[in-house]
Design a protein around this ligand. Structure first.
Ligand code: HEC
Length: 122
């Protein structure tokens, strides 16, 4: 009667492995898609966009404004899905839709501008 017990254990182990794999895929997927929408500040830092003291913190705040405040009406679109020219009118129009403070607006503009300057795809 040893065989069924072993087989049972194998199935349980297999299930646990599948759950872990599923969780990893899910986390990987979520991280990748947000990074595509709004590249992480480390990417900008690597491109020299966060060298000025305080700039890095401002970029982090700007990214959060983009991902949080700019997603109250719609899913935020990848910044690089629009050209710099397009953003010149999209950003002021969309900022009007929000209730950002002047400081938040400045952080957001800095972040979006930095992403566009670097032109990183993901
Ligand atoms: C009050 C709701 C609302 C908020 C807040 C909002 N948007 Fe929008 N957004 C819209 C609507 C509605 C559209 C589609 C119609 C349009 O283009 O005006 C849109 C369209 C867009 C588009 C596509 C424009 C195009 O020409 O294809 C982008 C990009 C965008 N929003 C970015 C932003 C950003 C960045 C913010 C934060 C500053 C933001 N949105 C905040 C309502 C909102």
């Amino acid at each position: 009667m040893a065989y069924p017990v072993q087989r049972h254990r194998w199935i349980r182990g297999g299930r646990a492995a599948m759950v872990l794999l599923g969780a990893n895929l899910l986390i990987g997927c979520v991280a990748t898609s947000w990074d595509r929408v709004a590249p992480p500040v480390e990417v900008l830092a690597a491109g020299g966009m966060a060298d000025v003291p305080g700039q890095r913190a401002a970029l982090e705040r700007g990214r959060m404004v983009y991902l949080v405040d700019c997603s109250s009406c719609h899913v935020p679109e990848p910044i690089l899905a629009h050209s710099r020219e397009d953003w010149k009118h999209i950003l002021p129009e969309m900022i009007e839709e929000t209730t950002l403070t002047a400081a938040e607006e400045a952080d957001l503009r800095l972040y979006v501008e930095s992403v566009l300057q670097l032109g990183v795809a993901d």
